[in-house]
Design a protein around this ligand. Structure first.
Ligand code: ZN
Length: 120
């Protein structure tokens, strides 16, 4: 595209005129296209940049209400936290903590049930 100020021909993706520095378009093309990885909404739907352990922990944690998978959720949650700590770029800490809380809670219930069965 051509600069409106000085008439210099610029690259179509150019943000500023290479000759005079005039802004030739409001947004560079690269910036106008939404970055899928950077939108929080997509992050909720797609496992982009999230620890696989956190995803596994999150799903197992949901099944912790059935009590039996609770120790697995706890273990996966802890694994996820360690994994995310070692890879600071990864997301999923919320899920990992959720898995630990759910896992710990229902593991206690499981232990109480086992004790109840053994002593009952
Ligand atoms: Zn110009």
């Amino acid at each position: 595209m051509y600069c409106e100020k000085c008439g210099q021909g610029n690259d179509d993706n150019a943000f500023r005129c290479v000759k005079c520095g005039e802004i030739v378009q409001i947004l560079p093309v690269a910036q106008a296209v939404p970055q899928i990885e950077d939108t929080a909404g997509m992050r909720m739907l797609l496992p982009v940049g999230r620890s696989m352990w956190a995803i596994a922990a999150g799903y197992v944690a949901l099944f912790s209400v059935l009590i039996l998978p609770a120790p697995l959720a706890l273990a996966l949650g802890i694994t996820a936290v360690v994994h995310i700590r070692r890879n600071p770029g990864l997301h999923g800490m919320g899920r990992a903590v959720f898995a630990i809380v759910m896992g710990a809670l229902f593991s206690m219930l499981l232990i109480m049930c086992v004790i109840g069965i053994l002593t009952g």
